[in-house]
Design a protein. Sequence first.
Length: 167
Amino acid sequence: MARLAGILLAFALIVPHSATDLRAQEVGSETNLPIPRFVSLKAAEGNVRRGPSLSHRIDWVFVRRNMPLQVTAEYGHWRRVIDRDGFGGWVHYALLSGTRTVIIDQPDLPLLARPTADAPQNAVLQQGVIARIGECSLDWCQLSADGHRGWARKGAYWGVRADEILD
């Protein structure tokens, strides 16, 4: 037993510090994808149920195609989702898409030509607009909406984590 403890201690000393700080990310039992994760509403309407089956009551209906949602749990063909206000319930997986979108939270969000504060402005997105995400760095995401494309600083829209990087 003492020998095993010595081996484990020696291993801990040679493992880089960053490897010991890794947190295990939860994954969905059905998809093996990260939980929580962002998706979008594929359909123009999606029933939001109290539980994960057709026999559960419909609490409300999401009525905005491409609306970003966050998956917080999985059960069979059902995904528990929340919207940007934290409201949600269970939605059938066929109503969801892996296409990433965001919803603009601030009025008049400028889309810039490059991910720098001094870049020229390509367009301005209004509050409530849904935009598709291209790539993201730690501070910026490339967004596109209604034929306009550009970079916007994170924090002005919902649908991407602050620490998320997308290629």
